[in-house]
Design a binder for this molecule. Sequence first.
Ligand code: SF4
Length: 240
Amino acid sequence: MPPRPVPPRPIIVTADKVTTDKEPFDIDEAFRRLRLAVADLPKAAMFALRDRGYGSPFEQLVGSLISARTRDETTIVVCERLFAVARTPQDMAVLSEAELVRLLNGATFPEPKARDILALSRRIVVEHGGEVPDTPDRLMAFRGVGPKIAALTLAVGFGIPAVAVDVHVHRITNRWGYVAAPTPERTMVALMEALPHPYWVEINERLVPFGKWICTGERPRCSTCVLLSMCRQVGVTTHR
Ligand code: SF4
């Protein structure tokens, strides 16, 4: 009897390449591997601040604003210096702009950030009874607060499920082939549809260090990556 024909291997067609021998992308397994992969790496600034006791909604809101275009290591130092002086909207609202600029020394754009922090602190006191609002729309009504800052404030500060998408989360989830979105804003919408709720907060915590050290913008470390067997490597042309 002639041998039975061997069925062809599955071929997965992704946005820009054809890949064989990949496992289905299993998000639960991906997170199990991610936790181990980043366990010894420095945490993203807002999660490091949370772990140091600066996890209130106001501290997360102000810290996220300070962290924009500022290195994580610097953000942590600046926030600890600032929060030693003022860690509530009431205490922040009575600082002078000059004093706040001095406290923000080291962060990028200290003058505009000082103005934004003062303005939102005073509005929280006057318009919100001293409590940080807990909806994206009301948070984004503050000058300087966009979707990522609002999501971090909700997720880390309030514990309300929200997906904070920065450049790392955007780049990596698109490389996985888990979403296909051209901008961080569209990636956030796609993840809110695809990603199970238990991972909404955690995805930023894991992918920021993963993106800084492993799935880097240029030449990601694919050959030793724990996700290589399931990642579609969409858009990756050279890697280590
Ligand atoms: S295999 Fe490469 S592209 Fe995929 S997650 Fe790992 S480092 Fe990133």
